[in-house]
Ligand binder design. Sequence first.
Ligand code: ADP
Length: 212
Amino acid sequence: MRLLFLGPPGAGKGTQAKRVAAELGIPHIATGDMLRQAVAEGTELGLQARAIMERGDLVPDNLVIAMLLERVGRDDATDGFILDGFPRTIAQAEALEARFGGAGLDAAVVIEVDTEEIVRRISGRRVCPNGHVFHIDEAPSSTGGVCDQCGDSVYQREDDRAETVRNRLHVYRDLTEPLIAFYGARDITMHVIDGVGGVDAITDAIMAALNS
Ligand code: ADP
């Protein structure tokens, strides 16, 4: 099963995609995580991506497409995968079509959350370098500035600052949201899920939709 999770930044795509991937036994492929890792490692790609990500703009299609196509070609992805954060533009979606044929995907899960809630969520989000996610009000790290799961320090992502969040939302509306219509016009199953509620309840709603 080739599955896409789509929705605005802060909708909970990453949280949910990880859980659903574990349930389905397929890899969770998150281009944001891959790019942050490239930045942390100081690779050529990371050097090119860093300033762009800090502004909340999109890394150029050719770079992200090459990175993603390499990833989906690995052995663990032969039975399918969940894409989180890719495609983010029509050109990226077309690259998936070219690689896999048809729409490139079997189904999409669209997670809906309104703008006010997104800003609240993202501005309170804290992360550790290994991708564990906390929220200052809802899911704080019990040890303060240290990750409960791995003991690394917990901080705010550069692109989670308020000014950058506004830019990311504009970029989403302009470039990524049109993918809902793009896939709506293709032969894949679209599941629209309300992203406001408990994390477990939302996972259950997604699993129920996928199994229906
Ligand atoms: P979120 O979904 O919370 O906005 P991500 O972790 O998915 O954040 O992405 C963070 C940043 O990484 C994006 O703002 C963008 O700069 C870059 N990025 C991630 N995926 C892509 C992509 N498919 N195309 C271009 N840039 C991307």
